[in-house]
Design a protein around this ligand. Sequence first.
Ligand SMILES: *Cc1c(COP(=O)(O)O)cnc(C)c1O
Length: 251
Amino acid sequence: MTAGRRAVLAANLMAVRDRIAAAARAAGRAPEEITLVAVSKTFPAQDVAALLDLGVSDFGENRDQEAAVKVAEVAALRATAGPVPRWHFVGQVQRKKAGSVASYADVVHAVDRPGLADALGRGAAHGERELEVLLQVSLDDDDASAGRAGVAPDRVVELAEHVLGVPRLRLAGVMGLAPREGDAAVAFARLAHVAAQVRSLSVTAVVVSAGMSGDLEVAVAHGSTLVRVGTALFGDRAIKSEHGLDGPPGD
Ligand SMILES: *Cc1c(COP(=O)(O)O)cnc(C)c1O
């Protein structure tokens, strides 16, 4: 970690915090209502440690193999002192990876089917841990969603009820990605509607995970309580993918 890199991360963090605060105020909300998750995929453990020192508490990863290594590296870097990070798994979880993800993640964002919830619950039980889970809601307009992740809005309540019955899992809310094409505001409004339905099933299901580097303002305007920010904090991942460090999402 060079002083230069540390300065870049500090400046980026200040800019992102300013954007979140401005978006919150514009929506008549308190900035403290919105959790920042720093999505550190493709970036090293040293960057995570630097942001921890700067007061960031939550970090996101989307590939099991990379995440498992990085979580251990950060723990080793921080063995003696300082705040402990909360790890969010924000990518697709393959069933066979569920046990591994459940061993280090504190929050899993992309639960979209009962079998995955069951597998995460078994993994959490095995590790004698508890996991917070968010239900990923498909926000695509039509059958373009085929192949993309997420449970259809009209199936979310059913999935929520399933998760509520799985030991070791705590239903924490919902997560959504704006469609690549189309209106992010429409998508996030749809997510807010589904979030209210899920909240009515469980008082702990208060998280709305929505918004990334490019659309966090729109998400906060529509009730996001948690933004997942990678590029605006760490820089461009494309530079790294040329070196083969950025694989397909979700392993
Ligand atoms: C990578 C990723 C992000 C961060 O995206 P940026 O545009 O770099 O901020 C957020 N959410 C998920 C699910 C991701 O995979």
